[in-house]
Ligand binder design. Structure first.
Ligand code: HEM
Length: 465
């Protein structure tokens, strides 16, 4: 008797659920979502994404088009793969997509989304961006810190040598872990298993980086105590600590926020330039004529008596063209940092729901044959005599992103990369090791490089500081 009651109750619940589903389906307006592959239960389309996600997206976009929708687990993910679609998400509907998804990387490696990269759109993010612009990246501050850095670099690094080497490795790993596809982000019930081991690595990395930031903060606090009334902030860390203590801010800055913001400055300045330069060198080693042409320009404009300085860049158009071509084919953030819809939005006739993660495939856009002639060839000459815009207005070329989330460090990043690449070309002879031919230089995205750099190369450039 009891079992037939249970059966009846279950049947009744199933009928109610079925009718409710029918009613919801009828009353819900027809939504038009972007084209894309049919998702599987539970995994969605995760099976279609290989170890290099921007390349998987690129291939899928050849089939489904410049805007496509996939499912990662049960979550919608939209990929923009043309200059026009980048413009739609980053300019036309910028306000709707200016947030970030809450992924494990932001939680475990960026102090629970306290840095500027992973902070969701809102008052904290606005405040930290303002702080960055006024306290680190304004032209006045950039000049000021240049001097401070020059004065303090020696002292700081000699105290920190061991930590500094370790820091490089940590920053590399931070970038790697920020870009991984962590299954638990998309299928939350799998989170506790951490099948790929990424979360474990993120936690371990955070522990190591924390040690470094504590050292930096304590060192700065000690100077404040030592100098008492005579203390004035000398650098960004001093300024942040003062703001945190004085409470001169709308949203509280905790010690963790200070660490997260220091981290942005470090990862933004270190790996970004190193990776871009590594790609530039890979490409030019494949084209010795480019090295020759760049050296001619450097000899003519700089001469052999000195090194390239930040202010020289406007007089080195060929060097600039090499760098821009590198950004086109090898953007550092191939998919930018993921954007996230904070409200429902209609984009070119498609309904994108609140909570959708958006990837802008800048890597694919740099290879779009509709936007670029001979898109796969490395041809700096294509930029000569043309106005080069990297500030987010040319949607075919977005190494720094565009719109509200554009990289706030792009002026600084460009200055550093231009000067470093200029000096590498000016002061060294870049040559392949014996027996290696230009066409042997790999452009695989996982690669190792083997080159010889001869200091000076007999060119008589003055000693580096
Ligand atoms: C060659 C150098 C650099 C490149 C190629 C680069 C590229 C980028 C890209 C593509 C983004 C994401 C934009 C988006 O999501 O739409 C970004 C964001 C960011 N970058 Fe850079 N960057 C560089 C240097 C720097 C430097 C020097 C700093 C620090 C001073 C920095 C700090 C940041 C921060 C804090 C964000 C997050 C902004 C936000 O979400 O509001 N970057 N960068």
């Amino acid at each position: 008797m009891e079992s037939s009651w249970i059966l009846f109750a279950l049947l009744y619940a199933a009928v109610v659920a079925f009718v409710a589903k029918l009613i919801i389906k009828r009353t819900k307006p027809n939504r038009k979502i972007p084209p894309g592959p049919k998702p599987w239960p539970i995994i969605g389309n995760l099976n279609l994404i290989g170890p290099i996600p921007h390349q998987s997206f690129h291939l899928l976009s050849q089939k489904y088009g410049e805007i496509m929708q996939l499912k990662f687990g049960k979550y919608p993910v939209v990929v923009a793969s043309s200059p026009e679609m980048a413009r739609q998400f980053l300019r036309v509907h910028d306000a709707s997509f200016a947030s970030r998804p809450s992924l494990a990387a932001g939680k475990y490696t960026s102090y629970n989304y306290s840095d500027l990269v992973w902070a969701p759109h809102g008052p904290y993010w606005r405040q930290t961006r303002r702080i960055y612009f006024f306290e680190v990246l304004s032209p006045k501050k950039l000049d000021l810190y240049k001097q401070v850095r020059a004065n303090e670099r020696q002292h700081f690094l000699s105290n920190l040598q061991a930590l500094a080497d370790e820091l490089h490795e940590m920053v590399d790993e931070w970038f790697l872990l920020s870009g991984v596809l962590n299954i638990g982000d998309w299928i939350p019930w799998m989170n506790p298993f951490d099948l790929q081991g990424y979360v474990k690595k993120m936690k371990a990395l955070n522990k190591k980086m924390n040690k470094f930031y504590n050292y930096v903060i304590d060192d700065h606090l000690a100077r404040r105590v030592e100098e008492k009334d005579k203390f004035t902030p000398r650098d960004f860390v001093d300024t942040l600590l003062k703001m945190a203590e004085d409470g001169e801010v709308e949203v509280e800055l905790t010690r963790d926020s200070v660490k997260a913001l220091i981290q942005n400055l470090i990862v933004g300045s270190m790996d970004t330039s190193a990776t871009t330069i590594e790609w530039a060198i890979h490409e030019i080693l494949r084209h010795p004529r480019i090295i020759e042409k760049a050296k001619e320009e450097l000899d003519e404009v700089i001469g052999r008596e000195r090194w390239v300085e930040e202010d020289d860049s406007s007089r080195l158009p060929y060097l600039d063209a090499i760098l821009t071509e590198t950004f086109r084919l090898h953007p550092l953030a191939t998919l930018l940092v993921p954007h996230y819809a904070i409200q429902d939005c209609n984009v070119v006739g498609y309904d994108i729901s609140k909570g959708t993660t958006v990837f802008v495939n800048v890597w694919s856009i740099g290879r779009d044959p509709k936007a670029w002639d001979s898109p796969n060839d490395f041809l700096p000459e294509r930029f000569l005599g043309k106005e080069i815009d990297l500030s987010g207005s040319n949607f075919a070329l977005l190494p720094f992103g565009s719109g509200r989330r554009i990289c706030p460090g792009y002026h600084l990043g460009l200055k550093v990369v231009r000067t470093m690449l200029g000096n590498l070309l000016h002061g060294f002879d870049l040559k392949l090791v014996d027996g290696m031919r230009p066409e042997d230089v790999s452009l695989e995205e996982e690669h190792a490089m083997e080159i010889e750099m001869e200091p000076g190369g007999g060119r008589g450039v003055g000693d580096a500081d």
